[in-house]
Design a protein around this ligand. Structure first.
Ligand SMILES: [Zn+2]
Length: 97
């Protein structure tokens, strides 16, 4: 499956600049694999979305992230700030699945 976190960058010295697999795991486990907006349970095929609590897209510490389903994430409006390409790829993937 396509993964935007390529293994190449996993040893990046710039800490928490990207939401890597470990951060995703931490946030998802803390949320008990449920959307922190509507409490829907994520399916294994679902791509959870991550919202930045303090509004800073560069602050990717687990403490600053909320796991959200697509609907709740869309409501945050954060997807409009982020790179559109990422969103397009994500929605494409979701359609394929
Ligand atoms: Zn939700």
């Amino acid at each position: 499956m396509f993964n935007s976190d390529s293994g190449k960058n996993s040893h990046n010295k710039k800490k928490f600049q990207k939401i890597n697999l470990g951060i995703r795991q931490t946030v998802l486990e803390r949320a008990r694999y449920r959307c922190q907006g509507c409490s829907i349970k994520f399916n294994t095929q679902d791509t959870p979305f991550f919202s930045h609590i303090n509004g800073s897209l560069k602050d990717n510490r687990p403490a600053n992230l909320k796991a959200l389903c697509k609907e709740c994430y869309t409501k945050t409006g954060e997807h409009k700030i982020k790179d559109n390409i990422v969103g397009k790829i994500r929605s494409l993937i979701r359609r394929v699945i």
